[in-house]
Ligand binder design. Structure first.
Ligand SMILES: [Mg+2]
Length: 498
C-alpha cells in the first residue's frame, strides 16, 4: 500500500549522501533521482504534462500504429507501394539518438559529442567509415543536417527512416536521404493531425495506454498536503478529456471527475511556444462551440493555448514555487527551465529496463574497472621500461662497446615491453567484448540510454543538465513525503563523500 511505504525523512539534515540513499529503502525503479536539490515544502503548484507523463503508453503498440500510418502516407505521396511490406523494427531506435539526414545514418554520442555508435539504416557502420564521417571534424548537432530523436513520441519516425533506408539500399535505388527524412516527418505530422493516429488510440485506450493504479492516490496526496495542481498538455481538449477520464475517472470517491484533481487545466498549449510566445488563454466551451478569451482561471473548466507570463500572473505564483513534471527534454524541461525558473521533474519510462540491465551488469562493470586499473599500471611500467631502453641505447652509442651484460639487459627489456604491449592489447579486446555484451543487455545495437562506454551519453548529459529530478513514473513522487528535501549528491564535494 502506497501510504505505508512513505517515510517522514524530509526533515533530516547533514545525513550525508550514502546514509540518505540507504535510508530511502525503496526499490531502484521507484526512487526519485536528484540532480539539483529541491525542497518540496517550498513548492506551491505542481503541474503535469499528459502524454508519456500521466499517460504511459504501451510503446510497442503505439509505435506499430504510428509506423503503419506513416508508411501509408508515404505511399500516398508517391513512394512505391512495396514500402508497406518493408521491415520496420520498432524496437530499434533509442531515445537520444541523432539522425544524420544527409547520410541516412543514426548515431549515438557521448556527452562530448563523440559519435561512438553509428548505423546506416539498421546496419552498423564499420569503424573506419564512422571515423571518416564523424571523427575528422567536430559535428554540428544544431545544423540542418542532423535531427534529434529526443522523445518517445519520435521513435517511430526513426524506425520508419531506418527501415526505408534499408529498403531503398536493397533495391539499389539512388536516394536523397534528406528528402526521405523530410517526407517521413511530414507524413507522421499529417497522420497525427488528421486523426489517423490519435483517433485510433482514443477509441482503443486500453490497448495503447497502461493506467497507473497509484496515480489517483499520488495526486490526492499532493493535494492533501496543500499543493495546487495543474495539467498543461499539448493534446487537444477532446482527446485529453477521454484520456484523463480513462486514467482517473472513478478512481477515488472524493473526485467525481478527473477535473476535480486539478486547479487549472490547460490543453492545446503548444509547448515549447507556450514558454516563449504570447498567445491568450481561451476558455474551451465544448466541441463545435466557439472558445472565448479567458481573463481568469476557474476550477473544472478547460483552457486552451495561453502563455507562461499570463499563466503565472493568473495563478499568482511563479518561478521556483512551481514544479513541472514532463517527459520531453526540450518541450517540457529545457524550455521551462530556460524561460522561467520553474523546477522540473523528468519522467523517463525506460528507467525500469535501464536499472535492471545495470543491476545485472555489476560484475562486468567491476571487471572493466579492474582492467582499466591494470592498464594504467602497465602503461606506467611500459613508459619506465622504454626510458630504460633509451638510456641503454644512448650509453651504447656513446661508448661504442659491445658489452655482453648490457646486451642481455637490453634484450630482456625489449621482451618485457613486448609482453606488456601484448597484455594491454588482450585487455583492450577483452574490455571491448565485455562492453559489447553489456550493451546488448541494455538495448540491442545502442546499449545504455544514459551512458556511452564509460562516459555519460548525450541524452544522459541533457537529463543531468536540465531536469532537477528524474524518475520512472509520476506515482514515484507519492513514495516521498510532500515536504521531502530532495538532496543532490552534487551538494557534496568528492572529499566529503569519502
Ligand atoms: Mg509528453
Amino acid at each position: 500500500m502506497l501510504l505505508d511505504n512513505l517515510k517522514a525523512d524530509g526533515t533530516q539534515s547533514g545525513g550525508g549522501v550514502r546514509e540518505e540513499r540507504e535510508s530511502s529503502g525503496l526499490p531502484v525503479e521507484r526512487r526519485v533521482y536528484t540532480n539539483r536539490s529541491l525542497k518540496m515544502d517550498q513548492i506551491e503548484w505542481v503541474g503535469f504534462d499528459m502524454d508519456y507523463t500521466l499517460a504511459i503508453y504501451k510503446q510497442a503498440e503505439i509505435d506499430r500504429l504510428s509506423i503503419e500510418a506513416t508508411v501509408k502516407k508515404l505511399v500516398d505521396r508517391g513512394y512505391p507501394p512495396e514500402l508497406t511490406e518493408a521491415r520496420y523494427d520498432e524496437g530499434f531506435p533509442l531515445r537520444g539518438i541523432l539522425i544524420d539526414k544527409q547520410e541516412g545514418n543514426l548515431l549515438k554520442m557521448d556527452r562530448f559529442k563523440y559519435v561512438a555508435k553509428a548505423f546506416h539504416g539498421s546496419r552498423e557502420l564499420s569503424r573506419d567509415r564512422r571515423r571518416e564521417l564523424y571523427h575528422q571534424r567536430r559535428i554540428r548537432v544544431d545544423s540542418d543536417r542532423y535531427h534529434w530523436v529526443d522523445t518517445l513520441y519520435a521513435l517511430p519516425e526513426a524506425a520508419v527512416y531506418a527501415g526505408a533506408v534499408d529498403f531503398f539500399d536493397a533495391r539499389g535505388d539512388q536516394l536523397d536521404y534528406a528528402q526521405l527524412f523530410k517526407d517521413i516527418r511530414e507524413s507522421i505530422d499529417e497522420a497525427h493531425r488528421d486523426g489517423a493516429i490519435v483517433d485510433v488510440i482514443e477509441q482503443n485506450l486500453p490497448r495503447f495506454v497502461a493506467p497507473d493504479p497509484e496515480l489517483a492516490t499520488t495526486l490526492h496526496r499532493l493535494r492533501s498536503a496543500g499543493k495546487k495542481l495543474f495539467l498543461l498538455t499539448n493534446s487537444r481538449a477532446g482527446y485529453s478529456e477521454s484520456m484523463m477520464t480513462f486514467l482517473l475517472g472513478g478512481a477515488m470517491a472524493e473526485y467525481p471527475t478527473w477535473r476535480h484533481y486539478f486547479d487549472v487545466v490547460v490543453v492545446a498549449a503548444a509547448k515549447p511556444k507556450f514558454f516563449t510566445d504570447r498567445r491568450p488563454f481561451m476558455e474551451f466551451r465544448g466541441k463545435g462551440e466557439e472558445s472565448t478569451r479567458a481573463s481568469r482561471f476557474e476550477r473544472l473548466k478547460i483552457y486552451e493555448g495561453g502563455n507562461l507570463a499570463e499563466f503565472e500572473r493568473l495563478i499568482g505564483a511563479s518561478g521556483d514555487e512551481v514544479l513541472y513534471v514532463g517527459d520531453h527534454i526540450y518541450g517540457d524541461v529545457l524550455r521551462a527551465k530556460k524561460e522561467s525558473a520553474w523546477r522540473t521533474v523528468m519522467i523517463i519510462q525506460e528507467m525500469a529496463d535501464e536499472l535492471r540491465a545495470a543491476a545485472e551488469s555489476r560484475e562486468e562493470h567491476a571487471e572493466i574497472d579492474q582492467i582499466e586499473l591494470r592498464r594504467a599500471r602497465l602503461m606506467d611500467e611500459l613508459r619506465a621500461r622504454q626510458a630504460r631502453l633509451k638510456s641503454i641505447e644512448r650509453d651504447r652509442d656513446e661508448s661504442d662497446a659491445q658489452d655482453e651484460g648490457a646486451q642481455d639487459v637490453y634484450r630482456a627489456e625489449k621482451r618485457a615491453i613486448e609482453t606488456i604491449r601484448q597484455t594491454v592489447r588482450e585487455d583492450e579486446d577483452r574490455a571491448r567484448a565485455i562492453e559489447r555484451a553489456v550493451d546488448e543487455r541494455f538495448h540491442h545495437g545502442w546499449g545504455s540510454l544514459f551512458k556511452e562506454g564509460v562516459e555519460v551519453s548525450s541524452f544522459g548529459d541533457q537529463v543531468e543538465e536540465y531536469a532537477c529530478l528524474y524518475t520512472m513514473k509520476v506515482s514515484n513522487l507519492g513514495y516521498y513525503s510532500p515536504t521531502h528535501y530532495y538532496r543532490s549528491p552534487r551538494d557534496y564535494m568528492p572529499h566529503e563523500r569519502g
